[in-house]
Design a protein around this ligand. Structure first.
Ligand code: GUN
Length: 292
């Protein structure tokens, strides 16, 4: 029997993929063509390569076109900016991402802010960040968008609830805090970080606790209110003696916290699968507006 305490990100992501695939099939049937997502990958960071490969596979699964622009780790900033310029102008490309991190000699801000906001399916440009802050239509960054969908599709009430977010990164903590507090979603949000004093006093007040702190099993049961909804954004590989040689854990001590939570995301299989599907969602949205 399904455990209704567990927020099954894998299942919700599969449902969303089916919805997206149906819309892609309709676009192809109508002769509009399939949405096209491109990725720019600079260097040979293993995690980045894994992410980009997963994004490509996911695109193909829903009938989208994907292309990857690979540059070596000693590519110049100018070379990266030339590709951005090409992607901005090429009508065949509906949306694209520049996989982060970039090598240190390349100015990340300059590169990201050169992306055409209409193709910025990561939602990282100032234009999309500003529109998000205003609560206007825009591309939302993938992980926060995925978290919001998980909450909505699991029937978690957000309006008027106290959401405590641990972590203030540009990719997760800050945007999820903004998104959930906008009109229409209406949460009361507290954002905590490494300099927060009395962290536990705040986290025990959370109706919804979102943990994006990047530390292995950081959140323990005594930091969580009885009946809270707990969303774990962390992904850590822990070496072990299994066949694979490792297992995956999150930022939350799942075994302990499960007992107190009313709902909780597992790691793996919680937030992770939602991130890629959210990127597909944004690509579909871009294609709908670009191919009209
Ligand atoms: N690196 C880690 N997460 C992300 C992401 O969501 N988008 C991009 N472009 N790079 C990342």
């Amino acid at each position: 029997m399904a455990d209704d305490k567990i927020i099954d990100g894998k299942l919700i992501a599969e449902t969303m993929k089916k919805e997206i695939a149906a819309e892609v099939a309709e676009m192809i049937d109508k002769g509009i063509g399939a949405p096209h997502l491109a990725a720019v990958l600079v260097g040979d960071d293993e995690a980045s390569l894994t992410y980009v490969t997963s994004k490509e596979k996911a695109c193909h699964k829903v009938g989208m076109i994907s292309s990857v622009y690979k540059l070596s780790s000693n590519a110049t900033e100018e070379e990266v900016l030339n590709i951005i310029d090409f992607l901005n102008k090429d009508d065949e490309i509906d949306g694209y991402i520049v996989q982060l991190p970039l090598p240190e000699h390349i100015n990340e801000t300059k590169v990201i802010q050169s992306i055409n906001p209409n193709k910025d399916v990561d939602g990282f440009t100032l234009c999309n960040i500003g529109l998000m802050q205003l609560g206007e239509p825009c591309y939302h960054p993938a992980t926060p968008f995925g978290i919001k969908e998980l909450l909505k599709r699991s029937g978690v009430e957000i309006a008027g609830k106290h959401v405590v977010v641990i972590g203030r990164s540009n990719i997760v903590g800050t945007p999820i805090s903004v998104m959930l507090s906008r009109k229409g979603t209406d949460a009361t949000v507290t954002i905590c970080h490494s300099k927060t004093q009395n962290l536990k006093e705040l986290t025990v007040q959370a109706d919804i606790l979102i943990v994006a702190v990047g530390q292995v099993e950081f959140v323990k049961a005594d930091m969580v209110k009885e009946g809270a909804v707990v969303i774990d954004v962390g992904i850590h590989r822990i070496k072990d003696n299994s066949e694979k040689g490792y297992h995956i854990v999150g930022d939350v001590d799942f075994k302990e916290v499960y007992k107190k939570a009313s709902k909780i995301t597992p790691v793996p299989g919680g937030v992770g699968p939602m991130t890629i599907v959210s990127l597909l969602y944004n690509t579909l949205k871009a294609a709908k507006s670009n191919k009209k």
